[in-house]
Design a protein around this ligand. Structure first.
Ligand code: ADP
Ligand code: ZN
Length: 721
């Protein structure tokens, strides 16, 4: 009799899978089931990829220690999606699967342990409990008085399992599993749709039952979410489930509340949740108890019982692309998953990524538009203020200050956007010109005021603010440039009677802190919001009638080919926060380069005009989306070996037709925490050609060992720094 051989993916950055022998004592696992296997000197949790009777190698095999899932943790469709993604992004399958599993399951725990036992009192008398058993008496009284309670609630009152089991043995208490959640339901019918919304909802409803991708283009506040809600109501009525992907920052309690107000069984999935909560949401979708999941990037891998619809909101947002480890794009995988499942998917944005615009223009995606804001009149007026030769007050132009003054005076709110947190982006000696740099990255330290420190935004190093110049000893060090803290201080002194609310990563470490500030703004009293790009995401501020954009157009001049796109999105998104019918918005863009053609295109023709112009450039330059791109990165303690490593890896593809290589060169931020960073790009006519080229690169990488160089591969890179 031949043994069964199990092929296992282990959670290691290894490009191999491993065969194990299945002992007769263990059940035959199905693909996607978790297994406990010996690996090195430890036991680890892997995922079963398949079972066969033949091993790939002749060496004696170790045995599987345990089969953890009878019902595979990863159902076939998710296993296929992750395998496809691992191949497409050239990431080791074991590590990709580990990314897809919630931490709770990765740790080998069982889903049924997630659910609390509930205890309730049975009819009986305290007198049945001996007087010395005071805990049992107290527990019985608590249960009789307060009704059913969870085991952990009882433990918090000092009643442990021993006490409860003793009560149960006396027939005075009993326990049950958590009651199942109520059946999925829609609570109300939603708003009366505008004509454009109705067109979009009809198109999406009509697409049900087959794969079809849609771009839903509409500014913030134009009613995209209402479109998702009404389509989802239809999906649920057909007995199916829906997945809504949102950027990290916009999964606020308010967003969730809006879905919960409409639907009965809504779950959330994001990194701020604890392991058990995440696993509960995951299991809720898999078992069908949840009807709708609102989640960030990794929710794309959550299994569903019967997924019928995917929406990706703010689809241009960078947080959908994982920037380290498994470099997947949840947005792009949403299209893949929808196509696998033959269901509709919608990508919503006011400023769609150029890839998505291109997909819509070439007819691959259906293009739906919401051009009017619900209940709103004209789009905001944009004007550029030429800063050249102007004297500014702490970085603020007279034009902006007087617009703020008159709008605040009229009872409205203002918003000032500056894409840099901290007080000032550098500290410079006024005598010798020496700049305080992060010694590990050789870029300027950012000055912070609360608390006072120098911080490197690149490697997170911190240093005290020096009193004298390290180079010449002079005591006149001056912060140069502006960050949110400095602009906040300037606004406080210009408008002492108006609250100034700063929104950046330093003031909103928790979702609650962000929500608190947003709630303040929603109350509608005069106030000024000052902040970074966090302001540009997802929120609508109807009382804001004036928006100031400080120096944002500097991004048009970056070395990163995507920088113009991201800059235009940022400006358009910030501008789109403002105004509604009775209070039209005014946007003031401060610029030292007011004639920049990209800025001019954006002002004159809006984001769509900009996108057309920029796509023409991309086509001419052979850049994505017109060619497929991957970035090879190498990092080392010195620059030369990192560059050399990339050069070696590129050798096998030197002669390939249809493949172009750029570099290797030092990365735009060439050093980080004393490590030198280098990169090279590979561009190919198609994704298939790119994939083949990258396989050759990886083969070469596997054949050489350069211990001190860290190499990584990023397919469809989101940014180039
Ligand atoms: P988006 O998702 O594009 O930002 P929302 O769906 O959040 O837009 O809509 C913005 C605001 O307009 C919300 O307060 C919403 O309740 C309201 N709204 C949306 N659609 C309608 C409609 N058809 N009639 C009235 N109000 C609407
Ligand atoms: Zn640094």
């Amino acid at each position: 009799m031949s043994d069964l051989i199990v092929n296992v993916a282990v959670p290691k950055p290894l490009r191999a899978t491993f065969d194990y022998r299945l002992p007769d004592s263990l059940p035959r696992p199905r693909p996607g089931a978790r297994l406990k296997v010996p690996f090195g000197s430890r036991e680890i949790i892997g995922v079963c990829l398949g079972v066969s009777t033949e091993a790939a190698t002749a060496t004696p095999l170790k045995a599987v220690s345990a089969v953890l899932d009878a019902d595979p943790a990863l159902p076939a469709d998710v296993l296929a999606l992750v395998s496809w993604a691992a191949e497409y992004y050239k990431h080791p399958i074991g590590d990709a699967l580990a990314t897809a599993l919630p931490g709770y399951l990765r740790a080998g725990r069982q889903l049924q342990d997630l659910y609390e036992r509930w205890w309730r009192a049975c009819p009986g008398e305290t007198g049945q409990i001996p007087a010395r058993a005071t805990k049992q008496r107290a527990a019985f009284e608590a249960l009789s008085r307060a009704g059913p309670q969870t085991q952990s609630a009882l433990r918090a009152q000092g009643f442990d399992n021993r006490v409860l089991d003793a009560l149960a043995a006396r027939g005075l208490a009993e326990s049950t599993d958590a009651p199942p959640a109520p059946p999925t339901a829609t609570r109300d019918g939603g708003l009366e749709l505008t004509a454009e919304q109705a067109t979009a909802v009809d198109a999406l409803n009509a697409a049900a039952g087959d794969f079809c991708a849609h771009l839903l283009e509409g500014v913030t506040g134009s009613g995209k979410t209402e479109v998702y809600l009404q389509v989802i109501a239809n999906v649920l009525a057909a007995g199916r489930q829906a997945l809504v992907l949102v950027p990290e920052i916009s999964l606020t309690p308010q967003t969730l509340a809006r879905f919960e107000a409409r639907f009965a069984a809504v779950g959330a999935y994001h990194s701020a949740l604890g392991d058990a909560e995440r696993a509960r949401a995951w299991d809720g979708c898999k078992s069908g108890r949840l009807a709708v999941l609102i989640g960030t990037r990794s929710a794309i891998f959550v299994p569903f019982k019967d997924l019928g619809f995917i929406a990706v909101d703010e689809e241009h947002d960078g947080s959908f692309k994982q920037q380290d480890g498994f470099h997947y794009s949840a947005r792009d995988l949403a299209a893949k998953r929808a196509s696998d499942l033959r269901i509709p998917v919608v990508f919503g944005s006011a400023t769609p990524a150029l890839e998505t615009v291109h997909n819509a223009e070439s007819g691959r995606y259906r293009h739906l538009r919401l051009t009017a804001r619900t209940g709103a009149a004209a789009p905001p007026r944009m004007q550029v203020v030429d800063l050249r030769g102007q004297s500014l007050s702490e970085g603020l132009s007279r034009t902006l200050l007087s617009a703020l003054k008159s709008q605040l005076g009229a009872g409205n709110q203002g918003l000032v956007f500056i894409n840099r947190r901290g007080y000032a982006p550098s500290l410079v000696c006024t005598s010798c010109g020496e700049r305080s740099d992060c010694p590990r990255c050789e870029i300027p330290f950012t000055v912070h005021r609360s608390p006072p420190t120098l911080r490197c935004h690149h490697c997170l190093a911190q240093a005290p603010i020096p009193n004298v110049c390290a180079a010449c000893g002079f005591d006149g060090l001056r912060p140069i440039g502006f960050g949110t803290q400095r602009t906040e201080a300037a606004l406080v002194s210009a408008f002492p009677d108006v609250p100034v609310l700063r929104i950046d990563r330093d003031t909103t470490r928790s979702p609650q802190a962000l929500e608190h500030r947003l709630a303040h703004i929603r109350r509608g009293q005069p106030a000024i919001l000052v902040g970074t790009q966090m302001l540009a995401k997802g929120h609508h501020f109807p009382r804001v009638t004036v928006v100031g954009v400080l120096n944002a157009d500097a991004g048009f001049a970056s070395a990163d080919f995507r920088a113009p796109e991201h800059t235009a999105q940022l400006i358009e998104q910030v501008a789109g926060r403002a105004g509604r019918a009775e209070r039209p918005g005014e946007v003031i863009i401060q610029s030292y380069d007011p004639d920049n053609p990209l800025l001019a295109a954006l002002i004159a023709d809006g984001y769509q005009g900009f996108a057309r112009t920029e796509l023409t450039h991309r086509r001419a330059a052979g850049l994505p989306p017109f060619r497929a791109m991957a970035l090879l990165r190498a990092e080392a303690a010195e620059q030369a070996p990192a560059l050399e490593h990339l050069r070696t890896l590129l050798e096998p593809i030197e002669a390939l037709a249809d493949v172009e290589r750029w570099g290797p060169v030092p990365a735009p931020l060439a050093r980080r925490a004393n490590r030198f960073r280098t990169q090279a790009a590979v561009l190919a006519r198609s994704r298939t050609v790119l994939g083949r080229a990258l396989n050759l690169v990886l083969e070469r990488a596997a054949s050489i060992r350069r211990r001190n160089v860290r190499f990584s591969l990023d397919v469809d890179p989101f940014d180039m720094v």
